[in-house]
Design a binder for this molecule. Structure first.
Ligand code: HEM
Length: 443
């Protein structure tokens, strides 16, 4: 299936100034790299931005397939290293300025997920610029990478700290199709597909436009720096697929049972088909159909008999679920541009091979930082909002000893032995400037 939405309405957003990644979906299959750069000299940092500015793609014609494109984002430490004036620095929100490591308590990044266990350069304060190249084929990926690497080569005063390649067919390392349930941004021109719901106000995703409250959200100053920009939350997860496979095997007697449990944990079959539409068995045709894959809410399943209340997608986007704690789900939406790295593991492999594999979770939005902090503390690491007490998200939480996952039914089934299937290896809060802001930052 192709992930591209169609643009059938006249866009009202300043697409020429907004970065492509905000609106352009990841291709299937996809290839790419996330590079992390440190700026040790302000003039060199600005020079690098001048060189990269023409390579960063805009969201103009975001709906047309492109063979490759580049995105750029900057951490608070990066803005400081670039010599951004103090009054501008102070106009950024406190959690962005603190950085992800300092927000570990709020994010519930404790135990093995805590910043002291992170990989370099995460949490060191040296991750200043993040440059990402996305491509739909290997040749264009390598070509775009070579173009960007040339800009770095002869510049003393900027240093490449890490370089992580990614890529997948569209299925993540656990074997689930991902990346396709996304909010529709009002004013982007996107045609909503069945189940998308109403378009969400642009100001929820791009700074400078009215948000769901009717007002634009606070924006960094000056105007040229803030307008048409957005925030990015980057979190690198290492995936324990063999542990996940053992959990499924230990709690299922047949292959069909195993796949049903795998679907109950996520709320979708591995093909992407939602349990809400195909509760008994997978239907890959639904998973491959952009008009059906998201065409559901949970109105007719209040108890979670089809899609468990605690499954990953129902927690992360409860749609019409009656929540026990008051929440406006429309301001909790995020645009996801996550990427998988490393080889997938098939369900029959039960022994870990020690290879590096996982998912770079990437969330974009004007409230992305607040929202991921909210999701992590309220909807991932607690079950109170849907009456599940201490039960946590089965895919992405840090599980305690004795943890279980509830599959509603008569009687409900508690599937014990659940473990942490993904460990956080690092991350950062970033600001994705508009194209004109990149020029402003470059001086
Ligand atoms: C290794 C980590 C993760 C894995 C393997 C994973 C896997 C998945 C899968 C398979 C889907 C369903 C398909 C799709 O729409 O993309 C999904 C959806 C989603 N995930 Fe994750 N995810 C991970 C981390 C996260 C994190 C950290 C968050 C937020 C804090 C998150 C939020 C979401 C949201 C909002 C959706 C869409 C739900 C919907 O609209 O129905 N995910 N994820």
């Amino acid at each position: 299936m192709e992930l591209f939405r169609r643009r059938t309405r006249r866009p009202t957003l300043d697409l020429d100034d907004i970065q492509a990644t905000v609106l352009r979906a990841r291709p299937e299959p996809y290839f790419g790299t996330h590079a992390i750069i440190e700026i040790t000299d302000q003039a060199a940092g600005r020079q690098l931005l001048r060189r990269l500015a023409p390579l960063v793609s805009s969201a103009a014609r975001w709906d047309e397939p492109r063979s490759s494109w580049m995105a750029l984002a900057i951490s608070y430490a990066g803005l400081v290293a670039l010599g951004v004036p103090q009054d501008s620095l102070e106009s950024f929100p406190a959690n962005f300025r603190a950085g992800m490591a300092a927000r570990a308590d709020r994010l519930r990044d404790t135990g093995p997920n805590a910043p002291q266990h992170w990989e370099a350069p995460w949490g060191s304060g040296r991750a200043h610029l993040a440059v990402s190249v996305y491509a739909d084929n290997e040749d264009d990926w390598r070509g775009t990478m070579a173009g960007y690497e040339r800009q770095l080569q002869d510049l003393a005063g900027v240093r490449l700290l890490s370089h992580q390649d990614f890529g997948a067919t569209g299925f993540n390392v656990f074997g689930y199709r991902d990346g396709f349930s996304q909010p529709v941004v009002e004013g982007s021109g996107a045609e909503p597909l069945p189940g998308d719901g109403r378009p969400i106000k642009a100001g929820e995703f791009v700074l400078g436009y009215p948000s769901e409250t009717g007002q634009p959200l606070p924006m960094p100053t000056p105007d040229v720096l803030g307008r048409n920009g957005t925030y990015v939350v980057f979190r690198k997860y290492h995936s324990h697929v063999a542990t996940f496979n053992r959990y499924l095997r230990d709690n299922a007697s047949t292959e069909e049972d195993r796949e049903l449990l795998a679907a109950k944990l996520v709320g979708r079959w591995r093909s992407g088909a939602p349990l809400a539409l195909t509760p008994e068995q997978d239907d890959p045709a639904v998973g491959a159909d952009p008009r059906r894959i998201n065409d559901f809410d949970y109105t007719d399943d209040p108890r979670g008999l089809r899609t468990p209340l605690g499954s990953h997608i129902r927690r992360m986007n409860p749609r019409s679920t009656k929540l026990e704690t008051l929440s406006d789900v429309n301001i909790r939406r995020i645009i996801r541009r996550s990427t998988s790295f490393g080889e997938p593991v098939v369900p029959t492999v039960l022994t870990a091979d020690g290879a590096d594999r996982g998912l770079d979770f990437i969330a974009l939005g004007a409230r992305a930082i607040d929202n991921v902090e909210f999701l992590q503390s309220e909807w991932v690491n607690s079950g109170n909002f849907v009456g599940l007490g201490k039960e946590k998200d089965p895919m992405i939480s840090l599980q305690d000893k004795g943890a279980y996952f509830t599959v509603p039914g008569s009687p409900p089934r508690r599937v014990h032995g659940i473990q942490s299937f993904n460990t956080l290896r690092g991350g950062e809060y970033l600001f994705m400037p508009s194209l004109s802001a990149i020029h402003w930052l470059a001086g």
